[in-house]
Write a protein that binds this ligand. Structure first.
Ligand code: AMP
Length: 497
């Protein structure tokens, strides 16, 4: 077992922990650790103790990483997506019982409004040398060392029924996950990872950042993904691997055309996770970028990685997410029987990276665990060599470029509109995003489609709002009279549900 404070403490102090390509700053491990522990002390001085939630609303960058680690040491980190609207922030701040909110000195207006004077808001500042502090806070009180069992991070998963579920991820879960990733890809101190994914999600936090810091390597952190400067950063920072969702891979591929971008020669591998990677895209990436592409399978409740294809000489199988990586994988039927190789069923997992359960949600926990196995809500089968292929989802989620959206949340917003009598949101296939959000509504009275879409825009983060609305007389039902989102999608948008 271990905790995040231990994980970041192993590397020699003079090695580079973080490169910020936007400003050209390079932060050594000793400077990095100094500011993490000093910020943890500032949080303790502001009254944060074990278990107290520190909400953060930050773009990718040094403040996001330092505040995540400091909050997990002094209390519990609760990073939020900066793209949320005020109502969404209100929900998340209240649901996590945030004790304080950390924001950049400028911006985060919606989050600040949502805190509404009820939750103290502090600005995180970074000076020109790359040192992050809370403006106006002292650090007189020492934060105690975190316990391995303490909740380091609290995230939400989009539950298919009801509101999002809280996932408490303990230090020991994160440590196990980071070590699995380090081991599986043989990450070493001379590796340089580029973090292309947001730091409010386990993909960017665990796969790119914590794993790299655990291995004593360097993580390059641009403030946002930019396909125009991506390869320049890869080349200039001597990046050896990066991880991203297929949407990002596809944007990079279309910019590159047939030409291999300079910088690719330093790549040991490229990792793809969080949504299905089409085998044709994988083949094209390998041909153009000249590096092995390893598809992985991750989820918040598993502190990210469950499976991954191995690096050569191990076999990578297109269309498969690979074997379990320090995580036991099995396939279960609805009755809880384990199925044989080749048989389709629900993917279930076991391992020290898997959370003990959702927070304060006995109903979800009863449904999600069977005989000590966590039910992922994904469907698939294992082959004779233990490689997993995902074939579908039991849970109702829209996966838009790796961002998970609960369709129920969209229904609820639509139903608050006075003209809407019935609403059903669903995912439709999309060339770049994988899936995009659409919805069908039955109206009480005539109302323009654009006005309803605009209503959603005010209340939902951009990635969640429906881009297409089907105004119908009745919601299409299955033969047995049930409303099934897949069937609605198929009837209205021709999508395979
Ligand atoms: P999240 O908790 O946001 O990481 O989402 C986890 C979910 O993303 C999983 O339960 C899967 O439904 C989906 N997912 C993750 N990796 C893959 C993959 N390689 N292929 C298809 N779906 C994936």
């Amino acid at each position: 077992m271990a905790n995040l404070a231990d994980l970041i403490s192993a590397a020699p102090g003079d090695r580079t922990a973080i490169i910020l390509p936007d400003s050209g700053l390079e932060i050594t491990y000793s400077k990095f650790r100094d500011q993490v522990f000093s910020l943890a002390d500032s949080l303790a001085s502001l009254g944060i103790g074990p278990g107290d939630r520190v909400a953060t609303v930050l773009p990718n960058g040094l403040p996001a990483i330092v505040s995540f680690l400091a909050a997990s040491i002094a209390g519990t980190a609760a990073p939020l997506n900066p793209n949320y609207r005020e109502d969404e922030f209100k929900f998340y701040l209240e649901d996590t019982s945030a004790k304080i909110l950390l924001c950049p000195p400028d911006g985060a207006a919606e989050a600040r409004k949502a805190a509404g004077g009820k939750i103290p808001v502090y600005s995180l500042e970074m000076d020109e040398t790359g040192f992050v502090r809370i403006a106006g806070a002292g650090n007189g009180r020492k934060s105690p060392a975190p316990s391995d069992d303490g909740v380091a991070l609290i995230l939400h998963t989009s539950g298919s029924t009801g509101r999002p579920k809280r996932v408490p991820i303990r230090h020991r879960n994160l440590a196990a996950s980071a070590r699995n990733i380090v081991h599986h890809y043989s990450l070493a101190p001379d590796d340089v990872a580029l973090c292309a994914m947001p730091l409010f999600h386990v993909h960017g936090l665990v796969a790119s950042t914590i794993s790299t810091l655990t291995s004593g390597g360097t993580v390059v952190v641009p403030s946002k993904f930019n396909p125009l400067s991506f390869w320049r950063t890869v080349r200039d920072c001597r990046v050896t691997w990066y991880s991203a969702v297929p949407t990002i891979h596809s944007l990079l591929l279309s910019r590159a055309g047939e030409e291999r971008p300079a910088g690719c020669e330093g790549l040991r591998f490229i990792r793809s996770c969080s949504a299905a990677l089409p085998p044709e895209m994988m083949a094209k990436m390998e041909a153009v970028f000249g590096a092995p592409v390893l598809e992985a399978y991750g989820m918040t409740e598993a502190s990210h990685q469950m499976c991954s294809n191995p690096r050569p000489p191990g076999a990578r199988k297109p269309g498969s997410v690979g074997p379990g990586t320090g995580v036991k994988i099995s396939i279960m039927d609805a009755q809880g029987n384990h199925l044989a190789a080749g048989e389709r069923g629900e993917v279930v997992i076991q391992g020290p990276n898997v959370v003990d359960g959702y927070e304060n949600n006995p109903e979800a926990n009863a449904k999600s665990f069977t005989n000590g196995w966590f039910r992922t809500g994904d469907q698939g089968f294992l082959d004779g060599e233990g490689y997993l292929t995902l074939t579908g989802r039991i849970k109702e989620l829209i996966n838009r470029g790796g961002e998970k959206i609960a369709p129920r949340e969209i229904d609820e917003v639509l139903l608050t509109h006075p003209a809407v009598a019935e609403a059903v949101a669903f995912g439709v296939p999309h060339a770049t995003w994988g899936e995009e959000v659409a919805a069908a509504v039955v109206l009480r009275e005539p109302h323009p489609e654009a006005a309803i879409l605009a209503y959603c825009k005010e209340r939902l983060a951009d990635f969640k709002r429906p881009k297409k609305l089907y105004i119908v007389e009745t919601i299409p039902r299955t033969a047995t009279g049930k409303i099934q989102r897949g069937a609605v999608a198929k009837a209205l948008a021709g999508a395979e549900g």
